[in-house]
Design a protein around this ligand. Structure first.
Ligand SMILES: *Cc1c(COP(=O)(O)O)cnc(C)c1O
Length: 229
């Protein structure tokens, strides 16, 4: 009998093996690559299985899902969806990390909500747009320094680094090569911003070879989502 747990166990083992192979091939230390399992649309029962298997980092795109699942399963919860201003009050109660910051206005609101959060500041990744189309989320590379300056000026938040999604239909290697160069310039200016959140089910091996430190993998571990989100 093939239970849901068996399915998750074997998918997770395969993804972990591929992470290891990619890390070795690019001479990277496996310990500097963090796997975030993207649990959007999947039930808390799946997350409980993942927790049992040692996974502690979970990613969500919607406040409502993250808010309820994070009550059911403890862990490091990551928000990676497009930010809606009116959801920030709730998001900042359950998320330890936001991967999708792309506006000064949202940062101002986050900083107000997190100003007492001195012991454990909210980790911020600035999302950068690699296709020049800001509508899909992310700021243009030439706007990163300004937003980075603003993040480091605030208490209660901590600048982690950058996040990006490879453009649809393009070659991920090309996009992640460009991203690596953008990230290098960024952490030269902001030396603590060493994290790079990049790579999803279809392209995490490429992302690892270009320096990703946080990969966000959903469907390869939990199966396809219906409806797609
Ligand atoms: C859905 C999503 C993921 C995970 O995608 P998979 O293809 O299921 O691995 C990663 N990052 C973001 C921003 C997403 O929206």
């Amino acid at each position: 009998m093939n239970s849901r747990k068996d399915e998750i166990v074997s998918n997770l083992a395969l993804v972990k093996e591929k992470i290891k192979v990619s890390a070795l091939a690019s001479h990277r230390n496996i310990n500097e690559i963090e796997l975030i399992v993207v649990t959007k649309t999947f039930p808390a029962s799946d997350i409980a299985i993942l927790h049992e298997l040692g996974i502690r980092d979970f990613g969500e795109n919607r406040d409502s899902e993250g808010a309820s699942k994070s009550v059911e399963v403890a862990g490091n919860w990551h928000f990676q969806g497009q930010i809606q201003s009116n959801k920030l009050k709730s998001i900042t109660t359950w998320a330890r990390y936001i991967h999708s910051l792309d506006s000064q206005e949202h940062l101002e609101k986050i900083a107000t909500l997190c100003k007492e959060r001195i012991e454990e500041p909210l980790g911020i990744f600035i999302q950068v747009s690699l296709d020049g189309v800001v509508g899909r989320g992310g700021v243009l590379p030439n706007q990163l320094n300004e937003l980075g300056d603003l993040v480091i000026s605030k208490a209660g938040v901590r600048l982690m680094g950058l996040m990006a999604v490879a453009p649809l239909g393009g070659a991920p290697d090309k996009a992640f090569t460009e991203l690596a160069a953008i990230h290098k310039a960024f952490y030269t200016r902001f030396p603590t911003a060493t994290a790079l959140s990049a790579g999803m089910s279809g392209d995490y091996e490429s992302a690892i070879s270009h320096g990703a430190t946080h990969i966000r993998v959903g469907s390869s571990i939990l199966g396809s989502r219906t409806p797609a989100l």
